[in-house]
Design a protein around this ligand. Structure first.
Ligand code: ATP
Ligand code: MG
Length: 320
C-alpha cells in the first residue's frame, strides 16, 4: 500500500474545523444548541462539509453542514428527508433537527459514542457489522421513504467497464484489458436483480458504520449513519457491499463471502448476480479512480484505486 493510500484511509476528507466556519453559522448553531462547550471534528468519509460531535448546553449532538449552494447540498437535504421518515426501531441515529442556517444546509443528529468496525480477518466486529446491516431490512421493508429505485439510482453509476472500453482502457492491467468486452457485459446483469421493496442505504462502508457498546446488555450494536444515497430495492445490496470492504481490510475474497454466506439474502442470490455486482464495483472504482480529483477532496481517487484493486481481486476469484 502506498503512503498516499494509507494517508487517504486515515484522513480522507479535508473538512473545515469549527473555527474555520463563518461566524454567522457558529452563532446560529449556538442559538439552536445553546453554548457550545466542546467540538470534536470527525474525519471519516470524503465530503468536505462540517461533521462534528458537539457538547452544548442542550446536550450532545452530531452536526453535519455544507454551504446551501454547494453541489452536495441536495444530498444533505435528501439525507434529512429520509432520516425524518426512519422508523425509531431502525438502528440509525435519530435526526433532531434539519434546515438552513446562515446559508448552510444543517442536520443535527443524536450523538453516537461509537467506533468504526474493524473488518480485518479475525475481528469480532465483522459479525456485528454483518448482523447489523442484515437487520436493517427488518424495519425498512417496505421502504418508509419514497426515493428512487436502486436500478435507477445505483444502476445509474455503479459500472465502469463499458466506459473504459469506449475510452481506450489506458491504465488497466492485462487481466482486465483482455476481458474488457466480457466485463462490460457482466457489469449490467445485477441491475434488474436489485428490484425490491426495502429502503437500501447504498453507501455501506466502515466509516458509515458505528459500533456502540451497551453496558446494560453487555453487548455491542451497530448503527448505520450517512443515509445520503438512499434507494428502494433488494436488501442484498447493503449486505454484499460489506464484502469489498472486508477484502480491503485483508480478507481473501472467499473468506469475505463466507462472512455473509449464512444470510438468506445471500443464499437466494444467483451466482451470476454476485459476479456481476463485484464486476460492476470494480469497474466503477477503476473508472472513478482515473478521474481528476474533485476540488477539496484530494484523497478520494487513491481510495478508489485501492477499492478497485479489492473489487478486482474479488471478481478474479469468481471468474478465473
Ligand atoms: N450521529 C453520529 N454521532 C457520532 N458520530 C457520527 C454520527 N454520524 C456520523 N458520525 C461520524 O462522522 C463521520 C462523518 O459522518 P457522515 O458519514 O454522516 O458524513 P458525510 O460528511 O456525509 O461523510 P461522507 O464523506 O462519508 O459522505 C462518520 O464517519 C462518523 O465517524
Ligand atoms: Mg460518511
Amino acid at each position: 500500500m502506498s503512503s498516499d493510500h494509507e494517508s487517504a484511509l486515515m484522513s480522507p476528507a479535508v473538512r473545515p474545523s469549527w473555527n474555520d466556519l463563518p461566524q454567522g453559522l457558529r452563532e446560529a448553531l449556538t442559538q439552536r444548541l445553546g453554548t457550545v462547550h466542546e467540538v470534536v471534528m470527525q474525519s471519516g468519509g470524503f465530503t468536505p462539509g462540517l461533521a462534528a460531535r458537539v457538547v452544548a448546553e442542550t446536550g450532545r449532538a452530531f452536526v453535519k453542514a455544507v454551504p446551501a449552494d454547494h453541489v452536495l447540498a441536495p444530498k444533505y437535504r435528501a439525507e434529512a428527508a429520509v432520516a425524518e421518515l426512519m422508523p425509531v426501531t431502525t438502528s440509525a441515529p435519530r435526526l433532531r433537527w434539519s434546515g438552513d442556517l446562515a446559508g448552510w444546509a444543517v442536520l443535527v443528529f443524536e450523538d453516537v459514542e461509537g467506533r468504526h468496525p474493524d473488518l480485518a480477518p479475525g475481528s469480532a466486529d465483522v459479525a456485528v457489522a454483518v448482523a447489523g446491516v442484515a437487520a436493517l431490512a427488518e424495519t425498512l421493508t417496505p421502504s418508509p421513504a419514497n426515493v428512487a429505485l436502486s436500478s435507477e439510482a445505483r444502476g445509474g453509476f455503479l459500472h465502469g467497464w463499458g466506459e473504459l472500453l469506449q475510452s481506450g482502457a489506458d491504465g488497466l492491467g492485462p487481466w482486465e484489458r483482455d476481458r474488457l468486452g466480457l466485463l462490460a457485459e457482466l457489469e449490467r446483469v445485477w441491475v434488474p436483480h436489485s428490484a425490491g421493496l426495502s429502503l437500501v442505504h447504498g453507501d455501506i462502508r466502515p466509516d458509515n458504520l458505528l459500533i456502540r457498546s451497551r453496558q446494560s446488555h453487555n453487548d455491542e450494536v451497530l448503527l448505520v449513519v450517512d443515509w445520503a444515497q438512499p434507494s428502494i430495492g433488494a436488501t442484498w445490496q447493503d449486505v454484499v457491499d460489506l464484502i469489498p470492504h472486508m477484502i480491503m481490510a485483508g480478507h481473501a475474497p472467499v473468506e469475505a463471502e463466507d462472512a455473509v454466506s449464512h444470510l438468506r439474502a445471500w443464499q437466494e442470490l444467483p451466482d451470476i448476480v454476485i459476479t456481476s455486482y463485484c464486476v460492476a464495483y470494480a469497474g466503477y472504482w477503476a473508472r472513478m479512480s482515473m478521474q481528476p480529483p474533485p476540488p477539496g477532496v484530494p484523497h478520494l481517487r487513491a481510495y478508489q484505486a485501492g477499492a478497485a484493486k479489492a473489487a478486482l481481486a474479488w471478481a478474479r476469484a469468481r471468474i478465473d
